[in-house]
Design a protein around this ligand. Structure first.
Ligand SMILES: [Mg+2]
Length: 169
């Protein structure tokens, strides 16, 4: 419940369908990169991600990348998959989301934030009055702050995804 609960929880970004987004009333998507579209550091997206982006764009949704990572990581990735981007977005604070919304040609009616972290992507979306789709992290991550955030996520993920996946992420 509350600020740490996403609108929906799925495993992979490629499970999000145009039909599902239409049912959620969504017309714009703000996409996380690391562990959502590609492994951290790597420029090559996960399997099927490029095709998914193309399908979503063709279906008429506005899509902007919104990442907390640095420009030098996010800019080349975004241009390689054909998307506009905001780097250093400081999720869960609203600055990056606001910058991303300005990049959309039309004012969005309803925005969904898609990402793998509860304390940045989901919390940020809820603070900004946006919907959110939480995904499961797909690659190993290093560092203390991410370790701490993942530890804090365990209980919430257990409730969202059920018992069998509690050891993942
Ligand atoms: Mg991420």
């Amino acid at each position: 419940m509350g600020l740490l609960t996403p609108t929906a929880a799925l495993s992979k970004v490629t499970e999000i369908t145009p039909q599902m987004l239409k049912e959620m009333g969504i017309d714009a998507i703000l996409l996380d990169v690391d562990n959502t579209l590609a492994p951290p550091i790597e420029q090559t997206p996960y399997e099927g991600v490029q095709e998914w982006i193309d399908t979503i764009k063709k279906s008429g949704f506005a899509v902007v990348i919104c990442s907390n990572n640095f420009h030098k990581r996010i800019l080349p990735f975004s241009s390689s998959v054909g998307l506009d981007c905001v780097a250093m977005s400081f999720k869960p604070f609203p600055f990056g989301f606001n910058r991303a919304k300005k990049k959309l040609h039309e004012k969005p009616k309803a925005v969904v934030v898609v990402g793998d972290q509860i304390y940045t992507d989901v919390l940020g979306a809820n603070l900004a009055g946006m919907q959110s789709i939480l995904l499961e992290p797909r690659s190993e991550e290093k560092g203390f702050t991410i370790w701490l955030r993942r530890k804090m996520e365990i209980k919430i993920r257990k409730r969202l995804y059920g018992q069998k996946k509690q050891n993942r992420g």
